[in-house]
Design a protein around this ligand. Sequence first.
Ligand code: ATP
Length: 214
Amino acid sequence: MRPVGVFGGTFDPIHYGHLRSAFEMLQALRFEEVCFMPCGDPPHRGKTYANAEQRLRMVEVATSGQDGFIVDDRELRRGGPSYTIDSLLGLREESPDRALGLIVGMDAFLGLPAWHRWNEILDVAHIVVAHRPGWKAPDIGPLGDLITNFGTHRVDDLHSATHGRIHIHAVTQLEISSTEIRDLVAAGRDPRFLMPDAVRDEIENSGCYAREIL
Ligand code: ATP
């Protein structure tokens, strides 16, 4: 059984930065699948702009048709704050012997110590960090220690244990962010080529990022 990548995010909206990183991880790390997991009520980020149903729908249309991409809506169904550790424990219970790789961008990794029960994550899953433009891997502090103690450059290490390693993986740098896309749409501009056309259609049809006229 090959590892499953778990890619959480607000996906407000999903874009090619997410999709290309996930695809490169799927291939280079020889994951069985990458599971996109939109979060419901993100504890660190305040409200989302598109609602849960719209964000889920955008993730579904963006990933459909790609072998190995799957969508898991457990955090949207659960209600209350979305804690990654709870989702990982749920996946672990469903597949005790399967390696899990939590995929995060470098910016998200740097915020890890603020996550609920963050120091339990490596007891359940590996952490796979995607480089993002402008962010550098920490070499001091709790995360620097974590990388020193558990970091590995070997993809095989993610296959031979079910959890417990950190792997930093260079992906094609696409300087796209959901915030910029929302601003662009709110300003009446077209987000084409930053995301699949099907996601752009969802944004257009739902009007979810249109600026409110007061
Ligand atoms: P926002 O601009 O609202 O902060 P975002 O574009 O960072 O959103 P999220 O849904 O918050 O998107 O990100 C989910 C995960 O994807 C995080 O781990 C984040 O680091 C990663 N990620 C986001 N954009 C990129 C990108 N362009 N390249 C690689 N990883 C990314």
